[in-house]
Design a protein around this ligand. Structure first.
Ligand SMILES: [Zn+2]
Length: 280
């Protein structure tokens, strides 16, 4: 479903930023590091906000992206149940701590400290196995994950039910939005498209989980600058795949790594390779 994530995304560097809701982006017109905006972090504490340039300059944190977890098929976006369990055990045994998006946001925007060896573990496409297989394995290892839902799949065969989605939130996982029907952001042309794919599904998902839905994962990982800016009106963070971040809206273009079927050793090595050095 994510064949097109590698498409080169158009990044309009140098465009003046207008109308963004987040203060770090409002500060960005000159590209200079001004740290004067004061807002509240995720814990409600008043704090200075980083500019977009400062956010962009911070070392990236590894964010993993899983899709299918099943023994019934093989493919680029599938890992077996045993492999997934081995990956989680290896991360736990290696001292990794699974962080959640609010922690990543506070790290990027307010320079809050993260636990040692942070990693975020995310899942796209609302498959039933995410609730039935992934969540219990995460919990067994003391981890919590982030589950991005395309809301067209509610209660459909092989996809999570509304109760399962609500159950994830109750168990301490985070539920984010992955659009209504997986249409790529670059295809939203009118206000009505944004309503259909982002605004209305966000509201409905919030009713199901009983809390704010503040994070987005791009369908196919594909974004453009305009779309990333629009998303900043609705979400604190948006997640792409391996595409280079947008330096003007880095909070809306957080990179992730698709995890393939591979040994735990290979996973750990790939994580260091993908996120160990700054991708300019
Ligand atoms: Zn997807």
């Amino acid at each position: 479903m994510n064949k097109q994530f590698f498409l080169i995304c158009t990044v309009f560097l140098g465009l003046a930023v207008t109308g963004c809701k987040h203060a770090n982006q409002r500060n960005e017109k000159s590209g200079t590091a001004i740290n004067s905006e004061v807002a509240k972090d995720s814990a409600g504490v008043k704090s200075s906000m980083n500019t977009a340039a400062q956010v962009y300059a911070k070392p990236e944190i590894p964010v993993l992206c899983y899709h299918r977890i099943t023994d019934d098929r093989k493919g680029d976006y599938t890992v077996s149940k045993a492999t997934f369990a081995a990956h989680m055990k290896a991360l736990a045994d290696s001292g990794y701590h699974a962080i959640l998006p609010a922690q990543l946001y506070d790290y990027l925007v307010y320079n809050k400290a993260l636990p040692e060896k942070p990693v975020m573990i995310t899942f796209d496409d609302s498959r039933a196995e995410h609730a039935e297989i992934a969540a219990p394995v995460l919990e067994k290892n003391g981890f919590r994950g982030v589950f991005f839902i395309m809301t067209i799949t509610y209660n459909k065969k092989n996809y999570m039910t509304k109760d399962q989605i609500a159950g994830l939130a109750k168990a301490g996982h985070v539920v984010g939005l992955h659009s209504w029907d997986h249409t790529m952001v670059t295809k939203y042309k009118e206000a009505a498209d944004w309503q259909k794919e982002a605004v209305e599904p966000k509201k409905k998902l919030e009713q199901i989980v009983g809390r704010a839905v503040e994070y987005w994962a791009y369908p196919n990982g594909v974004f453009d600058h305009k779309g990333a800016e629009e998303l900043s009106k609705y979400f604190k963070l948006s997640f792409s795949l391996s595409t280079k971040r947008d330096s003007i809206v880095p909070l809306q273009t957080v990179r992730r790594m698709i995890v393939p079927e591979c040994s735990p050793q290979r996973l750990l090595k790939s994580m260091r390779g993908a996120f160990g050095k700054k991708k300019a």
